[in-house]
Ligand binder design. Structure first.
Ligand code: AMP
Length: 290
């Protein structure tokens, strides 16, 4: 199903997006969907390529969703580059960029939100209490408009991916959620649109995240399975970097996002750390099978 189309339609109207999707569905075509906030990098593009590979048609949305930012966060300065994104998307085979305005997604009088309880208030939800409510609301709306068979998310945002899977299960949504691996820079830093905010010194300092996670993996592989000890080791490793200010370091069971039980064979180490004003997240799975 490889396609490399030279024209990519930019759709801003909800009705047009729905027409395209309904027409594809009427022809029994499979639709892959990649929701993003734009300023695309190789992490996003890996999702698009896979979506293109596994489906007859591929849609990417670019929408900097205001409801997932709190008032003091970076909504107004979030990096945007539709022209650059358009050029990159052309190379992936995706046919449609859904690019709605805030008013299309949240018209005046908008009142409805989707919340996955409990899970949304852990880890990133502690310092960002309304963030996941915004994410699940927009993803639910986008699924309703785009009508995908498969939707693609990155393991980079592990908690987000887990919460979306839970929403899809709990609300009986007819869409397969595909979670793809974290794409990293050569020095290990997980790709993120927010890396653009980092000064050169912060950018160098930020490599501590991957090094810390990697160090935790080595400890795990040497037999250190106690979550609290691993958490402490990661915290200490990151704290050696003077520019790093830890939001959280957490070791959870990736199947529940709860504290790991005694016989848990796989652990997820997840971190959120500020470098200056920029908050970066990263994670790594520690598994006995690997
Ligand atoms: P965003 O534009 O930050 O909302 O991200 C859109 C999608 O791309 C989400 O599913 C992210 O998890 C995914 N993504 C972001 N960065 C990466 C990365 N470095 N590797 C893989 N997927 C990523």
């Amino acid at each position: 199903m490889e396609r490399h189309v030279s024209t990519v339609e930019i759709v801003t109207e909800l009705t047009r997006m729905r027409d395209i999707s309904q027409n594809w569905r009427a022809h029994n075509a499979q639709i892959g969907f990649v929701p993003t906030m734009g300023y695309l990098h190789e992490g996003h593009l890996s999702l698009l390529r896979q979506a293109n590979h596994e489906n007859d048609h591929c849609v990417v949305s670019i929408f900097v969703n205001p409801t997932q930012f709190s008032p003091q966060e970076d909504l107004d300065v979030y990096p945007r580059d539709l022209e650059g994104d358009h050029a990159k998307i052309k190379e992936t085979g995706a046919e449609v960029i859904f690019y709605p305005t805030d008013k299309v997604m949240y018209p005046p009088g908008y009142k409805t939100y989707v919340t996955v309880t409990e899970l949304s208030s852990k880890l990133c939800g502690i310092t960002r209490p309304t963030h996941f409510r915004g994410v699940t609301t927009i993803v639910c709306k986008l699924f309703n408009i785009v009508g995908p068979h498969r939707a693609y998310f990155g393991q980079k945002d592990a908690q987000q991916a887990f919460i979306i899977k839970k929403m899809v299960t709990d609300l009986d949504m007819d869409v397969v959620i595909r979670i793809l691996p974290i794409i990293r820079e050569e020095d290990g830093l997980a790709m993120s649109s927010r890396n653009a905010y980092l000064s050169p010194t912060e950018r160098r300092a930020a490599t501590v995240l991957h090094r810390a996670l990697q160090n935790g993996l080595e400890l795990f592989q040497q037999g250190s399975r106690e979550p609290l000890l691993l958490q402490k080791a990661l915290q200490e490793f990151i704290s050696q970097e003077p520019l790093a200010r830890i939001d959280y370091v957490s070791i959870v069971d990736p199947d529940t996002f709860l504290e790991p039980g005694e016989n848990c064979q796989t652990l997820l180490a997840a971190v959120a750390v500020f470098f200056g004003q920029t908050r970066l997240i990263d994670n790594m799975t520690y598994s006995c099978d690997e």
